[in-house]
Write a protein that binds this ligand. Structure first.
Ligand code: HEM
Length: 326
């Protein structure tokens, strides 16, 4: 069903990516409209990750990273622009919120092609397809009383059990004590290609050097916004580090379902390098453009061509940028 001219614009953007996506599932403008609606249509902010902190740092590859990928970022240390954020489009969301992912967007710069990851503090995303995301969001739009219909949410969850995995995962763990105190997952399956043309399918995880969660008591004592101050204090003492780890696929691992985990502890891993976040940057550095995890990848690393949740992120992020810039 064609909904509006925005669908055509979105479809054109998807076609430009040359990634196969089912047209009936690709309405990025409608999805982004719903993301804004769910959070109360705040102006001038992102549809997701509305509350966040812009950062800079560097990425230093591990000595053997180049044996897996010929991307320039795996051959030498490169500068990084990054942003930590809280999930959703509410710029006033409490940092104490449990069932919301913390986000981490980063651009590892190189003249031959930036390497961009936009990742979350959970190994899974909430939905498997854009059509499912649209429905997931629709039932969460607040009614005239300012609240979503709890019965509709319940019915959707019962029919789409995989959409509850992310919240269950987050609810089973403490709230991170810091944006830098939790691991982040790229959730999609990437293909790494080395100079010989050998390919390796892997999920990518940024492992925090200093993981820390808050007990219920500690959480109660915190104000609603404490991550930005905590980060300032932390970075004044030294960089916040994350190891980039590739979790290698085994035959049969799902590569086009971001609601499905691989059993990480049973998979071989390779450390590809270390990200060091060194300082806070003015918001303007992060707000002028999007971090586009689909288009902004260099030769040597590619996202999954058959995962419709991957391809649609590029036009969706562009729609959000144009709405928040106007
Ligand atoms: C599948 C895995 C996904 C992950 C891990 C993810 C993660 C994130 C993160 C961390 C941000 C904040 C970015 C920043 O700080 O600049 C973000 C922003 C956003 N996400 Fe996603 N997202 C995913 C999928 C999607 C999908 C499928 C859509 C919509 C179809 C979507 C729509 C958006 C939008 C519109 C923004 C705001 C972009 C901007 O204005 O710059 N995301 N996402």
């Amino acid at each position: 069903m064609i909904r509006s001219s925005a669908l055509l614009a979105g479809a054109a953007a998807l076609a430009a990516l040359a990634v196969p996506v089912h047209a009936e599932e690709a309405d990025p403008a409608a999805i982004v409209g719903l993301q804004f609606a769910v959070s109360g249509n705040h102006k001038g902010v992102r549809a997701s990750g509305a509350k966040g902190v812009c950062l800079k740092g560097s990425f230093a590859p591990a000595p053997d990273a180049a044996s897996l990928s010929k991307a320039p970022q795996f051959a030498k240390t490169v500068p990084v622009t990054a942003r930590f954020s809280m999930g959703g489009g509410n710029p006033k969301i409490s940092d104490k919120t449990k069932a919301t992912t913390r986000g981490f967007a980063m651009r590892m710069a190189d003249p031959a092609g930036d390497m961009t990851f936009v990742i979350i503090s959970a190994p899974v995303f909430s939905t498997k397809t854009p059509a499912q995301l649209e429905e997931f969001l629709k039932v969460r739009v607040p009614g005239p009383d300012g609240k979503p219909d709890a019965e509709k949410i319940k019915a959707f969850a019962a029919q789409n059990p995989e959409t509850g995995r992310q919240a269950a995962w987050l609810n089973a763990r403490p709230v991170p004590a810091s944006f830098a105190g939790t691991d982040y997952w790229a959730v999609h399956a990437y293909t790494l290609t080395n100079a010989k043309g050998d390919k390796t399918v892997a999920k990518l995880k940024f492992v925090a050097a200093d993981k820390a969660g808050l007990s219920d008591e500690e959480l109660k004592a915190k104000p609603d916004s404490f991550y930005a101050d905590e980060l300032k204090e932390r970075l004044a003492k030294g960089p916040a580090r994350f190891d980039l780890v590739a979790i290698l696929a085994q035959p049969g691992d799902p590569t086009a379902d971001v609601t499905a985990t691989w059993p990480e502890e049973e998979r071989k891993t390779r450390t590809l390098g270390t990200l060091a976040i060194t300082a806070i940057e003015p918001d303007a550095t992060c707000d002028a453009a999007t971090f586009d995890p689909v288009v902004d990848l260099p030769d040597g690393i590619a996202g999954p061509a058959d995962d419709p949740m991957f391809a649609i992120r590029s036009p969706a992020y562009a729609v959000s940028l144009s709405r928040r810039s106007n």
